[in-house]
Design a protein around this ligand. Sequence first.
Ligand SMILES: *[C@@H]1O[C@H](CO)[C@@H](O)[C@H](O)[C@H]1NC(C)=O
Ligand SMILES: *[C@@H]1O[C@H](CO)[C@@H](O)[C@H](O)[C@H]1NC(C)=O
Ligand SMILES: [Zn+2]
Length: 493
Amino acid sequence: MALRFTIFLLTIATANCRIIDHIHQPLGKQLFLSRRVVTDSSEFDGGVLVNDKGKIEAVLKRDVVNSILTQQLDNLKVIDGGNLALMAGVVDSHVHVNEPGRSSWEGYVTATQAAAAGGVTTIIDMPLNSIPPTITLQNLKTKAASAKEEIFVDVGFWGGVVPGNQRDLTDLIKAGVVGFKCFLTDSGISEFPMVTRNDLAEAFAVLNGSGTVLAFHAELSQNDKSTACSGPGCPDPILYDTYLASRPDEMEINAVSFVASFLPQTDVHVHIVHVSAEGVIPILEQARNERIKAGYKGWRGGVTAETCNHYLSLSSEMIPPGHSEYKCSPPVRNITNKMKLWEYINDKRLDLVASDHSPSVAELKGSNFMTAWGGISSVQFDLPLFWTEAKARGHSLSMASHYLSAGPARLAGLQDKKGSIRPGLDADLIFFDPDASFIVTPQVIRYKNKISPYMYRVLTGKVMRTYLRGQLIYADDELIDGPKGKMLLNEGF
Ligand SMILES: *[C@@H]1O[C@H](CO)[C@@H](O)[C@H](O)[C@H]1NC(C)=O
Ligand SMILES: *[C@@H]1O[C@H](CO)[C@@H](O)[C@H](O)[C@H]1NC(C)=O
Ligand SMILES: [Zn+2]
């Protein structure tokens, strides 16, 4: 891979260089240059000036860059990416790290190394499948202790709402969780039971007025067709359609209607994770409109939804028999559904795209779709997966930044720190080659279990470099140095 970077250090040896004081530039600054600086709403030729604390100080058009470069600046490091796009790092608000407790599935080192290699500079860890799950302050401390010293990108945490932990929620908010997640159907994990209407009413009462987010795995349990049938005469569990039929659109649609029924009694922001069935979007929009009419002032009427790269990249027709690496819940649906989700992306009727990176060991997969563990690992490929589909549809890089960086940062309450190229934010930056391509292979994959429905696929767009708070953490297919990530929890935690 040809290195297209020009890096030069302007070290004009004029001690006490006055120019620096004159234009208010202390030492240790960096100027990132690109012909394609990408924000979530535009693209231009210019640069990003980063201060010695790793924060973005200024976003500059090329003419301003040129005038800075004609000055003799002591120790201004200029990093010129040429035609590579300079973008905000990806923020993935839906990642299951699984450590401690299920660290054979995934861990902080491998998950965050995969993230760094994919230009993902912040991940938000889900409250399950670790043991313990993040449902009490004590459990959050246990998680944080295992993440500490191990993280290559910044890591925030979701808390969980489960039956009986209402009294733990306020402590978790004080500690700095970005919000809470709950399940309306069996989570598949015994330590993280689903909630009932009563549990939810209690949780909403506690969370009301707190400004937090309650996120839903929105499939409403029905008479579970998945386990009802076994043996001769039952549909073939090796076929994907058997699994798909066991989790129809209605499960999602009923769940979202159920969630909407709580909205008149609460001011809590509700978020639907991993929307698969396109039919839920109009229901959410109606709920949002009613809330706004009732005077709700917050972001998107306090009603948001994410979808995942697998729903935007895959469709049920292409899933071969016995290949449970394609299994997730809610399931990947048909091509009509996928096209509709892209229509919603195009019209900005969805709010963000996340990975739902949910790994497991190979032994839990196997060829039976009904019994295999559901979960797709893809945190490393967030941007190329989205871009492969988006580019083919004629979308811009700004669109990718909007859905993969700004949207998830906003959901996590990190909009003043992460997710955009704007003065005052962390210089979490990537150089991305939107025209390069690469093949997903086990050698390329950095997360722990090298299982993927994208194996041997060609993806468009390659992350060339990743910077976390101004520090280079990944370049030329290699991680640079040790872990530099921080936990995004409140001070004093
Ligand atoms: C929720 O909080 C809002 C203020 O943000 C208040 O107006 C409303 O009455 C509260 N609802 C409940 C059910 O306590
Ligand atoms: C896709 O699924 C939807 C809902 O399950 C169905 O109405 C539609 O006919 C299907 N389309 C195709 C092409 O199979
Ligand atoms: Zn998940």
